[in-house]
Write a protein that binds this ligand. Structure first.
Ligand code: PMP
Length: 354
């Protein structure tokens, strides 16, 4: 830390992204990326857009907004595109939270929520998951806080039914309920269809997972026009050009290639069944995942040790050194070939540790 670093940020504990090591070729099952390349259309559209990189990008993302609004049956003023969904989530903390409107989220969830809260000096409450690592909607009824819920939750993969989300939204009418649907396409119910019914519901989605564009950084907030206007005020007060022109074009190409995204989601759902059954046979237990990852633990293997031994063998999974989940690893559902390599190494590690 330099002697110039602001007092305001000196104690900030920054978010630690999943590792992206370059020292060797890993089977990468640690950051929930898609194992499938972007759609051909996305690549072609991005290449075309690159020809005009001397110009600023469109700050309104108009082509992308039009195509998205048409496909999802919402108004063009009901969506805002951002630099990954992290950008949208940060905007939500900035726009809606303050001392009188503190934040609440589960104790085990996406690790960026407490960081955004701390960065913006927002008080927050972490609400414990149940013993089975699920969210109990009763814990969020009438709590008079802005609520952030990842659905499916991360890193557990456990989804909340839409009816439970509705109960939470209806019981906190004077606070915003932000549903982070980063993984929704892999098997959960989306709340997007409810945005016209509830003026306090905001849905966050991303192109990073099901749509194979993690490196392009494209996310969005979907909600009624006045919430989106507030987020735009934050965006135009920080970085109006937050989505570059190649990414905007890749986003349009991806939307036009919806069948490809759907097919990939089906492949991931099949591979999730393949992975969970194989892990069960090996003695693992796991949460019920509706996402593109599985959260699993073994009674005879320490979670951290398994992570380290897999890494030494060239397979990356994600381990969180956090009290309640220390024995677990989060494994991204990759291709069959990637999963077979992972399973082969797990079998060997189990034999070595027997
Ligand atoms: N929400 C959740 C629950 C996530 O796991 C992630 C990915 N790490 C994000 C949001 C952010 O994803 P991105 O910024 O790539 O859209």
């Amino acid at each position: 830390m330099s002697r110039f670093f602001s007092q305001q940020h000196r104690h900030l504990e920054a978010y630690t992204p999943g590792e992206q090591p370059k020292d060797m070729q890993y089977v990468k099952l640690n950051t929930n990326e898609s194992p499938f390349p972007p759609s051909e259309k996305a690549l072609a559209y991005a290449a075309e857009a690159a020809k005009n990189l001397q110009l600023y990008c469109d700050p309104t993302c108009s082509a992308l907004t039009k195509e998205f609004a048409r496909r999802y049956g919402i108004g063009e003023d009901e969506v805002l595109f951002t630099n990954g969904s992290d950008d949208a989530l940060n905007f939500c903390f900035m726009a809606f939270c303050d001392r009188e409107h503190p934040a609440a989220f589960p104790d085990i969830t996406y690790g960026f929520y407490p960081v955004f809260a701390a960065l913006n000096h927002i008080p927050y409450t972490e609400i414990p998951l149940t013993d089975t690592l699920a969210i109990d909607a009763d814990d969020y009824i009438d709590i008079r806080k802005n609520i952030f819920i990842a659905n499916p939750n991360a890193p557990t993969g456990v989804a909340l039914p839409l009816s439970e989300i509705v109960r939470i939204v209806e019981s906190n009418p004077d606070f915003v309920v932000i549903i982070d649907e980063a993984y929704v396409d892999f098997g959960a119910e989306s709340a997007v269809g409810l945005i016209h019914e509830y003026d306090n519901l905001l849905v966050i989605q991303t192109f990073s997972k099901s749509r194979s564009l993690a490196g392009g950084r494209l996310g969005m907030a979907i909600g009624n026009a006045s919430l989106i206007r507030d987020l735009n005020t934050i965006k135009y007060s920080t970085n109006p050009y937050n989505v570059n022109s190649m990414t905007q074009a890749a986003g349009v190409g991806t939307l036009l290639d919806d069948d490809y995204t759907r097919l990939n989601c089906e492949r991931i759902a099949d591979n999730r069944v393949y992975l969970t059954s194989a892990l069960e046979e090996l003695g693992f237990t796991h949460t019920v995942s509706s996402a593109n990852f599985v959260f699993a633990q073994h009674p005879d293997l320490d979670g951290g040790a398994l992570y380290r031994q897999l890494k030494a063998r060239g397979v990356l999974v994600r381990h969180f050194d956090k009290e309640r989940i220390r024995n677990y690893n989060r494994i991204t559902v990759g291709t069959r070939e990637q999963l077979d390599i992972l399973l082969k190494h797990i079998r060997e590690i189990l034999e070595e540790n027997a």
